[in-house]
Every structure is written in C-alpha cells, then in structure tokens.
Ligand binder design. Structure first.
Ligand SMILES: CC(C)(COP(=O)(O)OP(=O)(O)OC[C@H]1O[C@@H](n2cnc3c(N)ncnc32)[C@H](O)[C@@H]1OP(=O)(O)O)[C@@H](O)C(=O)NCCC(=O)NCCS
Length: 287
C-alpha cells in the first residue's frame, strides 16, 4: 500500500495521533507505551509545540506512523509512534525525520521514553547519542473483574466529578492553568463523569483523578492521579482509584491500564490488583 508523509498541527495532529494509536492498540493489545488518551491528556495546557507541524505517515486506511514532539517546558519530548508491524524502513524514516527536526530547531534538550524490552528503539537511541537517565517508570494492566471494591471515604470527605461540579473551579487549575477544563473538553475521549475529585471537610480539593474510557480499543486508562500533600496516607488515592475503575467497568471497558513513575504510585496500583507488564526508562540527548 502506498505511504505518503504529511505535516499536521494542533488539534488535527491530536486527531491523527488518536487514530494512529487506536490502530496500534487494535493490532496488538500491549504494543508501545501510550494510549490515545495519553496524548489527549498532554493537550490539557497550551504549549509551544501545539503549532509545530508534526510528521505523520498515512496509508489508504489512515495514519501508520508519526514523529511527535511535545514541549514539556524543562525539555522536549520526542515520541516515535509506529504500528506494531512497521517495517525497518518505516521505523528509520520516523527516526530520521525526528533527528532532523531536533537539529533544525536546535532543541537544547530532548527526551525519549523507551521500553526496556524495545531493543530496536534503545539501539536507535544510543546510536543517536541519547543516554539513559536512570529515571524509571512502568505500565500496569488489570481485568475489570479484578478491580477492588469501592471503600467508604473518611468522615466529612466527599466525591465530586466534573459533570456535577457544583461550580467549583477545576482542581487541576493550579498545576495546569486556567484553561485546563476547556482544553480537556476539546478532547474526543474526555468524559467529565470520569474526571473525579475528593473535597475535604473544609472545602479544599484534597485530590483528583482522571479516567479515560476508550470505546474504540476497550481500554480504560487512569491519568493523572494526585492527592495533595496535606491529605496523603488516608486512603484517598485508593478510594479515587476504586471509584474510577468502577465507572470504567460500568461503561464497558474490557482492560484497565495505568502507568507509574514513582514507588508510591507503583505500590498503590499493584496493591489494588494491577500487574506490571513492562518497564521503561527515559533517555536524554545531552546539549
Ligand atoms: C501516589 C499518591 C496518589 C498516593 O495518594 P494517597 O492518598 O496518599 O495514597 P493512599 O493513602 O490511598 O495509599 C494507598 C497505598 O498506596 C501506596 N502508597 C501511598 N503513598 C505511599 C508512599 N508515600 N510510599 C509508599 N507507598 C505509598 C501504599 O501501598 C498505600 O497503601 P498503605 O497505606 O496500606 O501502605 C500521592 O502520594 C500523590 O499524589 N503523589 C504525587 C503525585 C503522584 O505521584 N501521582 C501518581 C502518578 S502515576
């Protein structure tokens, strides 16, 4: 099938990346690192990379590969996305386009997340001068039937979601900016009833978690999860997790997924019944 390369920016790029990651997940239940929901989560705040023309490759059925750049502020992220059966030629085309863009834009700091079992990507990284940072993370999965029961909240705490927000400001605003709710609502996979939080007895936002129900792939994803420092170690994350997984199961999600980047998060998810399937490491290209 003939392949053509196109440049796409902004919400159109997010749409193309969503179609590509849907295709990849339908082709292989555990390929890659990201779900389409992950890239939609990255859309939550305006970034200089919104206007970059991202490189996509299409066949007659839609996108087959992409070289995605994201400006994270402290550093740029490069995500080479391919279908699981991509040819070595297609993988090389994505990498060479990515490395060209790094040079052309003189990006001072670029990071790539790679699975430990992805020898092809790790070889390409070291060949291109990237070095392992030691920043480790991982992916965990669970069947909906294995999800934990929903516990009672501590006295005085109550659950809210963005479909019934009682005019409260979105709890992610302090970390993600005032546009966060508007940007999330631009995402095709965002569901305000899966955007849950816990309100403390004094009215503070004690924590929040956002779940994504991807009806194309059947995957239910958690990203992000946070309990504010003053409210940690009271079981609030465990409660948010159980509530969100319950809602995903009720919507028909057939597999549940969450990634972790800290020991506390890993212990939280594994303690709830998630199983670690792959581990990853961040690679960085020194300036
Ligand atoms: C990780 C986080 C969500 C946990 O929230 P929490 O409400 O304090 O967690 P809970 O009280 O519900 O704890 C549930 C389990 O998680 C694990 N856990 C939570 N905090 C932990 C910590 N500091 N160290 C180790 N394990 C921890 C434990 O297994 C705990 O069970 P236990 O209390 O029986 O030991 C919170 O620390 C946080 O928001 N951290 C910053 C953001 C973050 O890392 N989010 C996760 C991104 S994937």
């Amino acid at each position: 099938m003939p392949i053509r390369e196109e440049r796409v920016a902004g919400l159109d790029a997010l749409g193309a990346a969503t179609r590509l990651l849907h295709r990849a997940r339908l082709a292989d239940a555990e390929t890659g690192i990201w779900e389409a929901d992950d890239l939609q989560w990255w859309w939550r705040t305006p970034r200089p990379s919104d206007t970059i023309e991202q490189s996509f490759w299409f066949d007659d059925e839609g996108p087959v590969a992409a070289a995605i750049f994201t400006d994270w502020g402290r550093c740029w992220g490069f995500d080479p996305l391919v279908l699981p059966d991509a040819s070595p030629h297609q993988r090389s085309a994505v990498w060479s386009r990515g490395l060209d863009l790094i040079d052309a834009r003189q990006l001072p700091c670029v990071e790539v997340l790679a699975r430990d079992d992805d020898t092809d990507t790790r070889l390409r990284l070291t060949t291109a001068g990237f070095v392992a940072t030691g920043e480790r993370s991982g992916t965990t999965w669970m069947q909906p039937g294995a999800r934990p029961a929903v516990p009672a909240l501590p006295d005085g705490f109550r659950l809210v979601d963005r479909a019934h927000a009682e005019d409260r400001p979105h709890p992610m605003r302090p970390r993600n900016g005032n546009d966060v709710e508007g940007r999330l609502r631009q995402c095709s996979l965002y569901d305000p009833e899966l955007d849950v939080g816990i309100v403390a007895p004094n009215g503070d936002s004690a924590g929040y978690a956002l779940f994504w129900n991807d009806t194309v792939t059947g995957v239910g994803l958690l990203e992000p999860m946070r309990v504010e420092d003053a409210y940690q170690r009271r079981g609030l994350a465990r409660a948010l997790l159980a509530v969100g997984l319950d809602r995903l199961a009720a919507r028909g999600a057939t597999r549940l997924k969450v990634g972790y980047a800290t020991d506390a998060a890993r212990d939280l998810y594994v303690g709830a019944g998630f199983r670690i399937t792959t581990t990853d490491q961040t690679y960085r290209r020194p300036e």
